[in-house]
Structures are given as C-alpha cells and as structure tokens.
Design a binder for this molecule. Structure first.
Ligand code: HAM
Length: 416
C-alpha cells in the first residue's frame, strides 16, 4: 500500500469543516482590520530564505526541501511566509502604495523536522504581515488580532510571552557579551549548546538541559541593554496591550528560530499542546525588506500553526450542511435517472442542497440512506413526470408533478 510521506497528513472531509471555520474567522478578524489576502508560490529561490531567514538558523541549515529546477537554479519549498510576502512587496513595487500594506495568508509550509504531535513536514499557517510602518500600534494591533483569532477558535490555556530584541547593532554587541559569558561557563553547558556558542549563542536560552538552564538564569539579558528609542517603542507596545486588557509575560529569554527579527518579539503558547506548545508567534522585522533588495521598510507580523490551533481548540464538531432534498429512484432506468439528474441541478440552482442516488441502492436502501444523511425531503422518481415527495420528519407524502418538487421543498423550507 502506498502511504503518505512521513510527517504529512490528509485533510479528510470530516476535518475540513473545522479548518474552514478557522479560515472564516481569520478572514473576518483580519479583513475587518484592513488586511488583504495574499498567496505566494509554493517554491521560491533558495537565496530568498538563505538571506531572509538566516544562514545560521536550523531552518536554513537542515530543514529546507531544496532542489535543482533542472536548469541549475536552486529552489526551495517555502519553510515560512514572511520572506515570500516581503519578496512580493518588493517585486510589485508596493512601497509606492499607501503604507503600511497589510497582508494575511493561509497556506502550507514545508520543514524537514522530526515529526511528532503538532509538528509536521507539511503544515499550514495562518499569518498576518503589516509592511511599511514602525508605529508601535502596528505591533500591538497585530498581537491583539492573533489573540482574537485564538479566542474565536476557543484555544485553551493561552499564554503570551513578549520581549524586544532592539536593533541588530545592539544585538551584535550583546551577542559578543553573551558569547564571552558562555565560553566562561562552557564546561557546565550541554554539548550541543557548546557546539553552537559562536554560531548562535542565543539558542542557549532555549536549552532544556538543567546545567545550561542554571547558567542562563544569570546570563546578561538583551532587554536590559536596549537603546532609549527601542526601549520606548517597547514600552508603548506594552501600554497599548495593557489598554485593551491583553495579558502577557515579559520574557527576556524568548528566542525564535529565525534571524530577521528586530524590536518586538512575541509567542503565544497553549497548555493544551504537549512539547510543541507554540501556537503562533512573530515580531518586528525592520531590516528584512532591505535585506532582500527593497527600500528600507519597517514591518511586523505573525504566523500561527493551523494544526496546533485545531489541536488546542475546543471547537464543538460542526454539524454537516443540511440536505434539503434527496432524489431517489423507484426503479433504476435511464429516463428516471436523467430526470433525477436534471432535478438535482435545478434544485441547487434554486438555492437548495440536493443529493442524487449514486450507488444503485434498492428503494428501501435509498430511504434509509436519506434518513442517515438527514435529508428533509425525498423525491422518489418513477418516470420523467411524476414524483412522490416525502417529508421525512412527518412521513407525510404526496404524488406531484416533478416540476412542483422544487417549489414544494422551498415552501417547506420557508415554513420550518
Ligand atoms: P514560526 O515560529 O517558525 O514563525 O512558525 C509559526 C508557527 O507555525 C509556530 O508557532 C507553529 O504553530 C507553526 N509551526 C512551525 N513549524 C511547524 C511544524 N513543523 N509543524 C506544525 N506547525 C508548525 C514563522 O514562520 C514566522 N514566519 C512568523 C512571522 C510572521 N514572523 C513575522 N511574521
């Protein structure tokens, strides 16, 4: 038996309903705040992610699905959406539009990670990006929008962690300090942290190794070294979140596995998830557009994992759409089958939901099936002119011309 590749999954019709509910909420919440939907290609040039996400990140170093397009160009299945949205912003000259330009997306992404609950190799993200504003209101508004989406999806046990990374210059100075501190305590760190001290010292904050955690408690913190402008920007974001009652925890050790962040950084987690507790996160990325050859453009955004939202949500199962009319055949012959086919199409054009008998069941079997799918009316066709219409609730039935079936069901729908 051929199976789906490891770390991928099928979305079956029964799961599709909840995903659609998420899409509906995202559209409602984000379009009300002026975000327009964008779709970018599934693959991009590898250079976009190498430059945008960062050469030293795990994503670029080991998680990308990269291939040659046959003509010597290296392409990569998108591992994330921010660099592609910025690429589209630059490519389409959107810096000439009124700023900021606000986008949202719901797409699949690809990372070659070790699969586990909530972590897949093809997964979906819903995301929002506001490009062209450095106002702290942008950051605060984006955080509020993600918080509202998680609330609408009834995600349980949500916590928000917040930090600021300052500018790349502050970060570079801090990085030197932290690297020196880590080298001074090297013998007490986990081997994988030791190996990455010079490559990515910030990741030491992420370690679950007890010795490393103890050392990191006393490590210098970036948040204490922000420039006055960055500190003020961060204070305003916090004030605005306070003003709308969003609860958060300041976490100076917050790190995310992508290099483009500047200033505000945040992550939402859910207690309902296991080890992979991050439901969504993001932050400001004021240098990214310039890094991919656009004009200097401040920006901010987030992305949340669709599967993780659904895993941690408490959404009740969604009832399937009601079936207004089920069209059964008294006997299987071509004239009635064609009349049934035409009637189903006309019923749908009249705004009803209608299903045809397609499995060659006996009349008894057809009525049983109609009951199982919750059909409100069944029309039993015995030829091309007459039909017996049965109201399934009461069991009442009448023989009427086929041309009267749709008006009868429509009238019945109006009365109930
Ligand atoms: P990220 O934190 O890498 O950020 O991913 C965002 C969310 O995608 C995670 O919080 C998680 O819910 C989900 N996710 C990530 N990897 C997987 C996986 N392998 N399986 C299932 N879900 C996963 C970004 O991607 C940034 N582009 C966010 C952003 C937007 N920053 C600014 N704008």
């Amino acid at each position: 038996m051929i199976q789906a590749p490891k770390g991928t999954f099928d979305v079956l019709p029964a799961d599709a309903e909840r995903r659609q509910a998420l899409e509906h909420q995202a559209r409602k919440i984000l379009s009300a705040a002026g975000y327009g939907r964008i779709e970018t290609p599934v693959f991009e040039s590898t250079e976009l992610f190498a430059r945008g996400v960062g050469e030293a990140t795990d994503i670029v170093q080991k998680e990308m699905y990269t291939f040659d397009d046959g003509g010597g160009r290296s392409l990569t299945l998108r591992p994330e959406g921010t660099a592609p949205v910025c690429r589209a912003y630059v490519e389409h000259g959107m810096h000439r539009l009124p700023q900021p330009v606000k986008f949202w997306y719901l797409e699949s992404f690809f990372r070659s990670e070790q699969p586990q609950k909530g972590r897949y190799r093809q997964f979906w993200q819903v995301g929002a990006e506001a490009i062209g504003s450095d106002a702290p209101e942008t950051d605060a508004e984006l955080i509020v929008l993600l918080s509202e989406l998680l609330e609408a999806m009834l995600v349980k046990g949500v916590h928000l962690r917040l930090s600021s990374l300052g500018t790349p210059e502050t970060r570079a100075e801090y990085r030197e300090q932290l690297t020196a501190y880590l080298h001074a305590h090297e013998d007490q760190l986990a081997p994988e942290v030791q190996a990455r001290i010079d490559l990515n010292p910030l990741r030491a904050f992420d370690s679950s190794h007890p010795g490393t955690q103890a050392i990191m408690r006393d490590a210098p913190k970036l948040l204490d070294q922000l420039t006055p402008e960055d500190a003020e920007h961060f204070a305003t974001v916090r004030e605005q979140l306070d003003a709308v009652g969003i609860r958060y925890e300041i976490d100076p050790t917050l790190v995310r596995g992508i290099d483009y962040y500047t200033r505000t950084l945040f992550e939402f987690t859910s207690d309902a998830l296991g080890a992979q507790s991050a439901v969504g996160g993001g932050g400001r990325y004021d240098r990214l557009v310039e890094q991919i050859d656009g004009p200097p453009t401040p920006a901010c955004g987030w992305a949340a994992g669709v599967e993780r939202i659904l895993l941690s949500g408490a959404q009740p199962p969604i009832a399937p759409d009601p079936v207004d009319l089920y069209i059964a055949l008294a006997v299987r012959e071509t004239t009635s089958a064609t009349a049934a086919f035409v009637l189903a199409r006309e019923a749908r054009r009249a705004g009803l939901t209608a299903q045809l008998e397609l499995a060659g069941r006996s009349l008894k079997g057809q009525l049983k099936h109609a009951d199982r799918i919750g059909a409100r009316y069944v029309a039993i066709l015995g030829g091309e002119r007459e039909a017996t219409v049965r109201e399934m609730g009461s069991g009442e039935q009448h023989e009427i011309p086929i041309s009267s079936v749709i008006p009868t069901v429509l009238r019945g729908n109006r009365l109930s």
